[in-house]
Ligand binder design. Sequence first.
Ligand SMILES: *Cc1c(COP(=O)(O)O)cnc(C)c1O
Length: 242
Amino acid sequence: MTTDGSARTSDLAERLAAVQRRIDAAATKAGRTGDLPTLIVVTKFHPADDIRRLAALGVRDVGENRDQEASAKAAELAELKLNWHFVGQLQSKKAKSVARYAHAIHSIDRPGLVDGLQRAIAVEQEGTGRGALRCFIQVSLDDDAGAHRGGAAPNNVPMLADRIAGAAGLDLAGVMAVAPLGGNPEAAFEKLAAISASLVASHPAAIGISAGMSQDLEAAIRFGATHLRIGSDILGSRPAVG
Ligand SMILES: *Cc1c(COP(=O)(O)O)cnc(C)c1O
């Protein structure tokens, strides 16, 4: 590796350790010491070499939000056997591609996408014997449609959950949300925790809560996040393109 490369590796190591300290501190404060959330490092817009460096530092779960970029990186880094989490809005026509590499999808927001993923996974399982796809229902926590950051309306969660639970090859993992821009993340994640609790009442295994980004991971941990999606605080700011 070049000198540049090792400087980048130590930079990533420092930032990763700082985020892990924040997670530990927030978990301790919330009384969740035996129960740390899974850290998904969101690597969108950053090169595959950064993912190699993160893997060498012990990262196993990575997140991407565009299929074209994710599928290329997953193919290039296949030997690392990472868990690829798809966290972006997904067009149904991309289901086939995502089914090849994704361990989990965090952005399921409509029944047509569930159906597309079910068909894609069936083909993929027949060809490769891959495991079930973990599915998080993305919930919109915006009261105001103008500030919309994606996701299904909360009252559509039961319908989507039943559809995923009834689909061969799909595992209902739980719920996901992005805190509304400019809003109070605590209030948003408290609402998400309530939506999760009512989901778990009818689907007891669907205990996942994917919440918390660089700016609001402490609030997410306080309200029960099981999966954090952290990008910029580990990788630095994203290049402006894309
Ligand atoms: C980019 C992204 C993240 C990571 O955000 P940071 O603020 O960089 O930590 C998390 N979740 C989703 C859905 C994203 O698109």
